[in-house]
Design a protein around this ligand. Structure first.
Ligand SMILES: Cc1cc2nc3c(=O)[nH]c(=O)nc-3n(C[C@H](O)[C@H](O)[C@H](O)COP(=O)(O)O)c2cc1C
Length: 171
């Protein structure tokens, strides 16, 4: 994959999805950018769980500070997201609905607390209907509910790096 043509865009609260994004960036190069909301999110885990659920149930799309002006310059777009309430965090929905991915190759990736990607990959497919969506990559990251925040580090980071190689070698 030509590194100038890779965009790696991700949402991350506690750094696990970011760690995967950084590994992809180290392996493939390109431009990596974190999705930032315009309003500060709750620092408290329980409050974030509640706010997220309320946003998901009501289809509320948080405003973003992150804008990609030149999506057409890329060929491969890696989209990274945690699982929130077995679905996409609404900030990722905001990002997907405010950009046109026509003709781009999307490579979804996910970290979660042990319950898998949920509907995240399916939502990406639905929200980027004119893109070519590849099989996604999903690994266990943190378990904030149990006080485990950044888990993709040290030995686990090496393990995830090898799993990523397997995934990327498939393309
Ligand atoms: C608001 C919220 C909701 C979550 N919901 C789920 C869930 O439904 N299933 C799951 O497996 N993990 C869930 N998690 C755990 C995260 O998916 C997991 O910790 C992930 O690795 C976090 O990625 P990050 O460090 O990039 O933010 C949730 C975390 C938060 C903060």
């Amino acid at each position: 994959m030509n590194n100038n043509k890779n965009l790696i865009v991700y949402y991350s609260r506690t750094g696990n999805t970011e760690a995967v994004a950084n590994l992809i960036h180290d392996k493939l190069g390109g431009y990596a950018i974190r999705i930032e909301t315009s309003e500060t999110r709750p620092a408290n885990y329980r409050q974030e769980v509640q706010q997220n659920q309320m946003e998901q149930e009501n289809g509320i799309l948080p405003g973003l500070n992150t804008q990609i002006s030149s999506l057409k310059n890329y060929k491969n777009v890696f989209i990274g997201t945690p699982t929130w309430n077995m679905a996409l965090p609404q900030a990722v929905v905001s990002f997907l609905t405010s950009n046109d991915f026509t003709g781009l190759n999307i490579f979804p990736f996910n970290t979660n607390g042990g319950y898998g990607q949920g509907t995240t990959f399916d939502q990406i497919k639905t929200l980027a209907p004119d893109a070519h969506i590849n099989d996604g990559f999903s690994v266990k990251g943190g378990e904030e509910s149990k006080g485990r925040l950044l888990n993709i580090k040290d030995d686990r980071k090496l393990e995830v790096s090898q799993l990523l190689d397997d995934w990327l070698n498939g393309f």
